[in-house]
Ligand binder design. Structure first.
Ligand code: XIL
Length: 371
């Protein structure tokens, strides 16, 4: 910049002193405000010292559960203590899925599932079975199964009835079909492809035949956020229930995120399912706070937001005409499936060191108030 233009700018500033001063002050104030907000949101770490005076489940009249892995119960004292102290229902996180429990045709691996059932019984807990039919975690032999549609039906029926039958005296509720619907259609899975949409109906009928006393659930994700998917699910379940298919409940997986959490949308969804006259479970609750990966640490800001969400989710689901349980999808942040699938996050009630987070307290307080 030449000397002349510099002098020109200086003289303009001098002659409009007040305006420039005002602009400067506005800049300083907004700048400080923005930095304060950013520092507060991204830098100040959460500092808490929470203790739960009572086990979480004792604060509710409905079962409060957790997804568990037998190998973690066996290998970590902290994990075992929290799972056994704070929850009165277990969902097997993986060991009853088709692949783990039925690795070869006609060959079942009962070891881990039996361990869990026995462990739960010895500790006066119930087990919610998960899951009889899914398109994920399949054994290779099922994926490559070669047969007519009738062969596929026989194969699926045998699987469902063998598993349900084994745990008839121990397991009183099951996720029968998991994740069969998309927003406006059936999900294209091996079951849909080889048996047709009726595989859903058959699965419930076969499970019911094996254990007429068990409560049978359809289970799916995004039902709290994706309105078309919820509507399609309600429509299809309504049709099946109308035909007399034994579907007793709907499991909302509730893998929620801070990005999409909307109390009113959850309540609307619950009201629609209430119209079906079936039970509702929160089957896989966790609340992701770092979907976009912007945070490097659990800050005071996200800690407070998570407290609100955990309270609001209980408040929302208390609007269910028949709420039959709330199950967390894991115990502590470091063991959450979200860390493996997406990266750093803090979705659960206990932290890396197995200490209760403030959201554990707000969750428990909400259970007292609303359930
Ligand atoms: C997840 C488990 O938590 C993981 O350990 C596993 O690797 C993949 O499956 N919906 C479901 C659950 O119904 O079974 C899934 O569990 C999470 C999404």
């Amino acid at each position: 910049m030449g000397k002349k233009s510099f002098q020109k700018i200086a003289s303009t500033i001098r002659s409009h002193k007040k305006i420039f001063l005002a602009i400067l002050i506005v800049f300083i104030i907004t700048g400080s405000l923005i930095s304060f907000l950013l520092i507060n949101r991204y830098v100040v770490p959460a500092d808490y010292d929470v203790s739960l005076s009572e086990p979480i489940y004792t604060s509710s009249n409905i079962p409060i559960g957790v997804a568990v892995e037998p190998y973690k119960l066996k290998s970590s004292e902290n994990y075992k203590t929290l799972a056994t102290t704070h929850f009165n229902s277990f969902t097997p996180e993986n060991v009853m899925k088709m692949g783990p429990i039925h690795p070869q045709e006609g060959e079942y691996n009962w070891e881990d599932a039996d361990f869990l059932v026995e462990y739960a019984e010895n500790n006066s807990m119930q087990i919610h079975g998960h899951c009889l039919v899914w398109h994920e975690q399949l054994p290779d032999w099922m994926e490559n199964y070669d047969g007519t549609s009738q062969d596929w039906k026989n194969m699926l029926k045998l699987h469902i009835q063998t598993v349900v039958n084994r745990y008839k005296d121990n397991i009183t509720s099951w996720d029968v079909v998991n994740e069969a619907f998309l927003s406006h259609d059936y999900r294209d899975t091996i079951w849909y492809e080889h048996i047709g949409a009726d595989y859903i109906k058959y699965a419930f009928q076969w499970a019911h035949e094996a254990d007429p006393d068990a409560s049978l659930y359809y289970n799916d994700f995004s039902l709290c956020t994706n309105i078309p998917k919820l509507d399609f699910t309600v429509e299809k379940l309504g049709e099946l229930i109308g035909e007399g298919v034994p579907i007793h409940g709907l499991g909302f997986q509730a893998h929620l995120t801070s990005q999409s959490f909307k109390y009113d949308i959850i309540v609307d969804a619950i009201n629609k399912v209430n119209q079906l006259g079936i039970d509702i479970r929160v089957s896989e609750l966790d609340i992701s706070m770092n979907l976009l990966g912007c945070y490097q640490k659990y800050t005071d800001y996200i800690c407070k937001k998570q407290q609100e969400f955990y309270s609001d989710v209980v408040r929302a689901f208390s609007k269910a005409d028949s709420l039959t349980g709330i199950t967390l999808w894991g115990i502590h942040d470091a063991g959450s499936w979200i860390r493996y699938f997406r990266g750093l996050d803090w979705p659960l009630l206990f932290d890396e060191e197995f200490n209760p987070k403030p959201c554990a307290l707000s969750f428990q307080e909400a259970l007292i108030q609303y359930t």
